[in-house]
Design a protein around this ligand. Structure first.
Ligand code: PA5
Ligand code: MN
Length: 187
């Protein structure tokens, strides 16, 4: 019997994915409307500034029960006002679906929020492992001077629910105070 080489691969330095069924997406500062607190600052920036990009291996159709997706996110270093570059953040559409994140390169902070809007945060670093339980919104900020890379694995029927976060944001935001990340209440 033949032993085959898998079509899909992960480059363990850059965590770039190659092979088939891979999607690539980019988020520029122009697209991140009302994500950062200081909209005036965001609008003053070069709107072509890349904030983060996502690659994911989607071997089954989105929404299929029982499958898994595997992705990597790279968040560039930077800030909007005093707030670090971060992902949009979301709950899952099928809200009870969990997810793993793990740190690959750089220092970051994973912000988590339950349905009662209680927020807590975990430090991300190369090798950190994060279990994001059901019904928990998640968002990652890069607090480093270099790109932050993290991996993710989630069920193919989880989906992304951005609406709630787009409308109400997180109950806390991650700002830089005297060169250090601080989780502050979002007034
Ligand atoms: O599925 C996930 O949770 C990740 O792959 C995220 O989609 C990714 O990190 C980008 O964040 P967001 O989807 O909040 O823009
Ligand atoms: Mn998710």
């Amino acid at each position: 019997m033949e032993i085959i080489t898998p079509f899909n691969q992960v480059d363990l330095k850059s965590w770039r994915l190659s092979g088939k069924d891979i999607i690539d997406s980019e988020k520029f500062i122009s697209q991140l409307v009302n994500i950062f607190t200081d909209e005036d600052e965001r609008l003053k920036m070069d709107q072509q500034t890349l904030v983060y990009n996502v690659q994911a291996h989607l071997p089954v159709k989105e929404g299929t029960p029982g499958g898994l997706y595997f992705g990597t996110t790279i968040i560039q270093p930077g800030k909007v006002g005093d707030e670090y570059f971060m992902t949009r953040g979301h709950y899952h559409l099928n809200s009870d679906r969990a997810e793993y994140y793990w740190g690959v390169q750089g220092e970051g902070v994973l912000m988590l929020m339950d349905k009662q809007r209680n927020v807590w945060a975990e430090r991300m670093f190369p090798g950190s492992l994060h279990y994001i339980g059901s019904h928990i919104a998640h968002r990652v900020a890069n607090v480093d001077y270099k790109p932050l890379i993290f991996g993710a694995c989630w069920p193919s029927d989880a989906g992304h629910n951005y609406e709630e976060i787009d409308e109400n944001g997180f109950a806390a935001r991650l700002i830089e105070v005297d060169g250090e990340p601080v989780l502050a209440e979002n007034k």
